[in-house]
Structure formats: C-alpha cells, structure tokens
Design a protein around this ligand. Sequence first.
Ligand SMILES: [Zn+2]
Length: 218
Amino acid sequence: MVTEERLLEISRGLAEYIAPMGRPKFIDQDLKDEPDLRDVALEYLAGYSGTLDFMNDLKIKDVNFLSTGQLRGILNVALAQTRERGGRVPPEQVNGLALRGYYKMPNNGPTIVIRKWQDDGTSVVGYEDPITQRVEAFGSVHPGGAEFLIWGKYRSNEAIKLIADDFFTQADTLTREGWGKEYAKLTGKCWICGTETHVEGGSMCERCAEARYAEPGF
Ligand SMILES: [Zn+2]
C-alpha cells in the first residue's frame, strides 16, 4: 500500500533530483543514467489513484513490459504533483527570505501577507483584500527548505497558483524585499509587522528594523 504521503515524498524527491539539471521534465536518458528511477516510477504508479487515462491504462499493464517512454511519463506525472501542491523556494533564496511580512506585488497585484504561525517557524500565507483589509489565507511556508504548500480548496485556483509561484519561486530575495518596501510606501506601515512606521519614508518600524538587521544575512 503506497500512501498519499509516500506519493508526495516521491514527487518531492524527483523535483529535487531534476532541479540541478535545469530542465522541467524527465527525458528517456534519465532512466538510462539512473536505473533506480524505474523502481521509483513503478512505486508511484502502484499508488496512483488519480484520473489521468495515461496512468490508469498503465496500471492494468504488466509492469515488466513498460517502455522507457512510459516510465518517463510516470515520472513527469509524479513531478507535476509537487508543482500542483506548491514547491520549493530555491535554496539560495531561503536565507534572505523573511518568512513574515506584507508584500505589494507589482502591476496593481495583490498584497501577500506572511505570518508566523507555529513554533517551528512555519508561516501562513494569504492575500489581503484591498478594501476590507481582511486576509484570506491560502497556504503555508515551511522553514526547513522553505517549501510552500497551497491548501486544499485553493489548489485548483489558477490565479493563486500563479501568484504563489511568482512570489516564492520566481522572485528573488531583493525583488521580494522591494515589494515589501512598496507596501510600506503605499500604506505608511512597517512591511514586516504592519504597524505604523512613524518614520517618514521608513519601510520598517524601529523594532523590526533592529531585529531584522541583527539577523545574519542582512
Ligand atoms: Zn514592524
């Protein structure tokens, strides 16, 4: 019995495996270079319970006769699972990523709000309604490796997926910090904690500025 958790673990493992290769998908050569990928693909197929015809057709075949192309297809389906559920913030961005704050995204985009949520440093991620200023949470960021997850009902929301991907995997630390400063400029509030800055042109309150610049990496 291959559990949901195991499937996700496989998916994440594959994403990490392929990341250094600088391409988004597996190719046939990968299975020749790394024969263990075959077992990974078969385990994923055994546990798969989704609706893709491609996968369900393979499930009823004799696995000993699957072609390299079919195995490669399974690996790419497995990869997509991680992408749907979020992904990883590139490691080089983790150190500089403040896992809390208010960020006004460009082109009149949403304000993303990240708040510390659990003692292990996990943060909840949401967007702020520009009129009511209510924050709707749609996911979480885990500090160990800074993985982000989009929660259940938002997973099919393409706009949220794009925003989250832009924010966590496309933008670098400096860009993101710029969005924080933009929030401060527009609102007069500290982009880290959301309180009034009381300093003209300042982007952080005194407390956050002290705490932040005391952190390594700033
Ligand atoms: Zn502050």
